[in-house]
Design a protein around this ligand. Structure first.
Ligand SMILES: *Cc1c(COP(=O)(O)O)cnc(C)c1O
Length: 349
């Protein structure tokens, strides 16, 4: 259609993980949390809806001040270093828009989050990808990388390993543009890169409440960066990007760190048990710092196992990409769900 920009008309959109519309599936394909969010979150949303929902008549706080304040206290930064967003996807999008003009380059590791490529395409930015070495470093990363922005998914999705902080610092000093550390899974890891934001002016850390806080349905993300970067992200975003219920939910979720610790602890315990069981079945399993496992069956045919699980109404993620086709990404569910999966895998062979 000639109405559309030529590149937009021709682009392939991002395909999110399958969301079955009927009940009865064990759903381990989009790294959602199997446990509910904090009861404080539900109470805060109910409170926002009190009095027949009269509060909804009015626009939300366009600056998300209370949510930023709570996040800033939790992270140990001044609120001017923190921005909230409608999912961390919004932040990734606006970071590209803020840094890369049409035709300019952004980079990221492949395999990692393929949505970066879609966002770059919308902006008309060019993409350069870097592979991984056997020991999970970036292959052939230049001494000086001049792309406008580089996304480092750490812990990595879909493989689950994490980059060490001293390596992230080295990358930050080799980048002349921004280094964005996408920490979507960091609450399941042992370390994080927040402190590095103070030391490297080109370093940005993004977080999401979708996974560890069990709020994928609310759409909440956060970023920590220099105030100048935060100010630019504020200037280019939609002004009322977070609705009242999301703001209330986000504040309550961040305030209930005990709930976070408890659910994350359960998921990590299950993760380690399932990893050991999978290895007993002959699977190759990458040590995970996330709420999923990347595991490969002995015959290296990920698709075969994906299909056999699918037939049993168990949904995991298989990627047809040649670098990933040998394995499966399995989100960590409840212990009961994982027992069903393990029994199925033992049967499938
Ligand atoms: C889930 C995920 C996101 C998106 O998070 P939202 O806050 O739900 O938008 C970003 N990056 C990675 C690597 C993810 O896995």
């Amino acid at each position: 259609m000639s109405y559309l920009r030529k590149d937009i008309a021709e682009m392939a959109g991002y395909v999110p993980g399958f969301q079955p519309q009927e009940e009865g599936w064990i759903k381990l394909n989009t790294n959602e949390n199997p446990y509910p969010p904090s009861p404080q979150v539900v109470a805060a949303i109910r409170e926002e809806l009190e009095g027949d929902g009269a509060a909804l008549r009015q626009y939300p706080d366009a600056a998300s001040r209370r949510l930023r304040q709570v996040a800033a206290e939790l992270y140990g930064f001044d609120p001017s270093w923190v921005i909230a967003a409608n999912g961390s996807d919004e932040l990734l999008n606006n970071l590209i828009r803020a840094c890369a003009a049409e035709g300019e380059e952004i980079g990221y590791v492949h395999p990692s989050y393929s949505y970066y490529a879609t966002l770059a395409a919308i902006q008309g930015a060019r993409v350069r990808t870097f592979g991984l070495t056997e020991d999970f470093r970036i292959a052939d990363f230049p001494q000086r990388y001049d792309g406008r922005l580089f996304f480092l998914t750490s812990p990595n999705a879909p493989l689950g390993f994490a980059f060490a902080n001293d390596y992230i610092e080295e990358l930050a000093s080799r980048c002349t543009g921004l280094l964005v550390v996408d920490e979507a899974y960091v609450d399941f890891a042992d370390a994080n890169a927040l402190e590095l934001v103070r030391r490297h002016e080109n370093l940005v850390v993004t977080r999401t409440l979708s996974k560890s806080y069990a709020l994928a349905g609310m759409r909440l993300g956060l970023a920590v960066a220099r105030p100048e970067i935060v100010a630019a992200l504020d200037n280019i975003r939609d002004h009322y990007h977070l609705d009242r219920l999301a703001l209330a939910a986000g504040e309550a979720a961040l305030r209930d760190q005990n709930w976070l610790r408890a659910t994350v602890g359960r998921i990590r315990t299950t993760r380690e048990r399932v990893a050991a069981e999978l290895r007993r079945l002959g699977y190759t399993v990458i040590d995970s710092h996330t709420n999923f496992l990347f595991a490969s069956p002995p015959d290296g045919d990920g698709r075969r196992v994906f299909e056999a699980l699918f037939a049993r109404r168990i949904l995991v993620r298989h990627f047809s990409d040649p670098l990933l086709a040998h394995g499966l990404r399995i989100s960590i569910g409840t212990d009961a769900e994982m027992n069903v999966v393990l029994a199925a895998l033992a049967e499938i062979g």
